[in-house]
Design a protein around this ligand. Structure first.
Ligand code: NAD
Length: 430
């Protein structure tokens, strides 16, 4: 396994240093490079960077103890040139306007890179849902759904799970929407199977990541068998990535969540860890492992680093200390523009979010298709189609990166932007 070359002390260009704190500006910085490579005219660049519609709503909830809490929620539809808006819903204290704008725009480019007929959107509530009871969470989800329902629709905007949301939340969203509009399973994806969910949707993001790794490893000259993998985040994406990569013969040497993490240089027994985690709601105390402080995982000695939690965790300083020669962006925008410059200078391979974590939205597309057709696919069919879509996208990104001499990230942006531009032109939009 190659080692990541040492960091250089060269300072960052000042215009990049300024982008570190704003996720939307950071995504647009990548957009500008992709648009430049795609030869997009300046007027169209402004059009394509500007979100089409932004909705901000109050979300009042009567808490179990009688208090009234009012949170702020958003639904942002970034670009619909290629199809209905599609994007997850995040409940997180950092889910502010710029974070949701960034995530919505990432969805526009991601759905285009993997060539599924959707645009990009995202939603969320700026709240920490962890201390909330099930009843409070349900009230909040239903009220949020009612307030944004005017801009949702099976052919308009389709929601899905993201951080701190899951199949149960999607079921509540579907029901709240259905109370106003009648039975409409296609309004959300990532639903429980019993309500029209798709086989394979829950592991889909991690499964897609695994397919990309299988295709990329021989071409980029790194090994998966026995590779030491560290994963930040142990929710839907991180825990499924641990399970699937462990099954594929990787050694999962470290995992972490918001509370901290654990490390075992020999590799962990992931089925046993999942049992421990589900029983105790913490990874602390898992036998044979050393504890890790939050953040420590990113700079551990390993072969493959998978950030699978929040955005912006790999800035220039962290990027200078990363030891992994391969970074796989399971999370959305985990690397800041400064971090990206440092990783590129150091020759670290970065498999970008637009491609690597697209498995979730690809299988969401299959779920939507099944809902519209009222026909259920088998798991084997879902995974076969997922592999085809995401491996094709990998080949195109790799080819474009070679032909145009671009990083994999900017090659992915270039492909996504070119497809959205072509749809805009064909529609005669402006
Ligand atoms: P999740 O809520 O299921 O899990 C998030 C995990 O990250 C939890 O284990 C949490 O404890 C951990 N975490 C949060 N803050 C952390 C921190 N500061 N340090 C370490 N760990 C931290 O969310 P998820 O659905 O697994 O999403 C994770 C990431 O993957 C997000 O960036 C999301 O946008 C992206 N993503 C998710 C999907 C999907 O299908 N769920 C698809 C594409 C991309």
């Amino acid at each position: 396994m190659p080692k990541a070359p040492p960091a250089t002390a060269a300072p960052l260009p000042p215009e990049i240093a300024e982008l570190e704190a704003n996720p939307f500006a950071a995504v647009n910085h990548y957009f500008d490079q992709g648009a430049q490579a795609a030869g997009i005219e300046p007027d169209y660049r402004t059009l394509m960077k500007t979100p089409y519609r932004e909705m901000r709503v109050e979300v009042p909830v009567r808490m179990d103890d009688g208090r009234l809490e009012v949170w702020i929620g958003y639904r942002i539809q970034h670009n619909g040139a290629r199809g209905p808006y599609k994007g997850g819903v995040r409940f997180h204290p950092s889910a502010d306007l710029d974070e949701i704008r960034a995530l919505a725009s990432i969805m526009t480019w991601k759905t285009a890179v993997v060539d599924i007929p959707f645009g990009g959107s995202k939603g969320g509530i700026q709240v920490d849902p962890k201390p909330m009871s099930e009843n409070e969470l349900k009230q909040m989800t239903r009220r949020y759904t009612q307030h944004i329902s005017a801009i949702l629709g099976v052919y308009l905007d389709i929601a899905a799970p993201d951080m701190n949301t899951n199949a149960q939340i999607m079921a509540w969203m579907m029901d709240a929407y259905g109370q106003m509009h009648g039975y409409t399973p296609g309004i959300v994806t990532g639903k429980p199977l019993e309500l029209g969910g798709s086989p394979g949707r829950e592991p889909a993001t991690a499964q897609g990541l695994a397919y990309v790794l299988q295709a990329a490893a021989p071409e980029l000259d790194f090994k998966l068998e026995g590779a030491r993998v560290a994963i930040q985040g142990f929710g839907n994406v991180g825990s499924w990535a641990a399970r699937i990569l462990h099954r594929m013969g990787c050694k999962i040497v470290a995992v972490s969540d918001v509370q901290g993490g654990i490390h075992d240089g020999d590799g962990m027994d992931i089925p046993m860890l999942l049992k421990h985690y589900n029983q105790n709601r913490t990874m602390a105390g898992f036998p044979g492992c050393d504890p890790l402080e939050p953040g420590e995982l990113l700079t551990l000695d390993c072969d493959i680093l998978i950030p699978a939690a929040i955005g912006g965790v790999i800035d220039a300083e962290v990027a200078g200390r990363i030891k992994a020669p391969v970074v796989v962006e399971a999370a959305n925008h985990p690397v800041t523009p400064g971090g990206d410059v440092v990783l590129e200078r150091r020759g670290v391979i970065v498999l970008p979010d637009l491609l690597v974590n697209a498995g979730g939205v690809i299988v969401s597309y299959f779920e939507w298709v099944q809902n519209i057709q009222e026909f259920r696919w088998t798991l084997a069919r879902v995974n076969e189609e997922l592999e085809r879509f995401i491996t094709d996208a990998w080949r195109q990104v790799r080819l474009t990166s070679e032909q145009e001499r671009l990083t994999l990230r900017i090659a992915a942006y270039m492909i996504g932007i070119s497809r959205v531009m072509e749809a805009t032109r064909l529609r005669g939009y402006v």
